[in-house]
Design a protein around this ligand. Structure first.
Ligand code: PGA
Length: 242
């Protein structure tokens, strides 16, 4: 039985005041899904303090360096994140792949760096609309998974996979529950026997009014939520639905 997990990806949004207001308003009911919040780096310590007052909320980062330390101006190492209480880190988000030139090879290095630092990587995979329309969805997902050579049985119990169709991110267009389920089931099968226990999250315009139908699918174990995670009441509804 896989525990549902709902992750908030705030992207480059928020302020110190927003973090305080969010945690004052965000109330988790007992027995809901595992929940993780990924604020921008500067707000991680404040979020750690405030989320710690409510049990059951883990902290995540949106990115990390593939290196462990040294002369790499502007980079943040996994061990530093672990040091301040971070548990999860997103790797391979499509915005990092498309806007910041992250290749599948770099994503693989970040995945390994995260596990080396005892963080749980949330590996994002997903096809563009063009790739879907030309019938290449499964090939693209297979390649993105295979690029992470660390995605072996041993490492899979310390990893999460998120299926995020690029055409559904921030667009208001969600994959239908059936479209998402089809890919989730493919991802699980591609991961072999260990895939049965891996949490596979869906991401892309998840909101409280579409969450329930998505979570009802056999292979959808939760969500990676962007826009809707900035509203504490809306995000709490999604967590309850999981
Ligand atoms: P969205 O973003 O919920 O705003 O579509 C999801 C994501 O990018 O993780």
């Amino acid at each position: 039985m896989r525990t549902p997990l709902v992750v908030a990806n705030w992207k480059m949004n928020g302020s110190r005041e927003f973090v305080e207001q969010f945690f004052a308003a965000f109330k988790l009911a007992a027995g809901t899904a595992q929940v993780a919040i990924c604020p921008p780096f500067p707000y991680l310590p404040a979020a750690a303090g405030l989320s710690g007052q409510q049990g059951g909320i883990a902290l995540g980062a949106q990115n990390l360096s593939e290196r462990d330390q040294g002369a790499f101006t502007g980079e943040v190492a996994g061990a530093m994140l672990r040091d301040i209480g971070v548990h999860y880190v997103i790797v391979g988000h499509s915005e990092r792949r498309s806007l910041f030139g992250e290749t599948s090879d770099l994503v693989a290095q970040k995945f390994i760096a995260a596990q080396r630092a005892d963080l749980i990587p949330i590996l994002c995979v997903g096809e563009t609309l063009e790739q879907r329309d030309s019938g290449n969805t499964f090939d693209v997902i297979r390649q993105q998974l295979q690029a992470v050579a660390g995605l072996t049985d041993a490492s899979l119990d310390r990893a999460v996979v998120a299926y995020e169709p690029v055409w559904a991110i921030g667009t208001g267009v969600t994959a239908t529950p059936q479209q998402a389920q089809e890919v989730h089931s493919f991802i699980r099968d591609s991961l072999g026997s260990a895939g049965q226990n891996v949490q596979v999250l869906y991401g892309g315009s998840v909101k409280s009014d579409n969450a329930e139908a998505l979570f009802a699918q056999d292979d959808i174990d939760g969500a990676l939520v962007g826009g809707a995670s900035l509203d504490p009441e809306e995000f709490a509804k999604i967590c309850r639905a999981a």
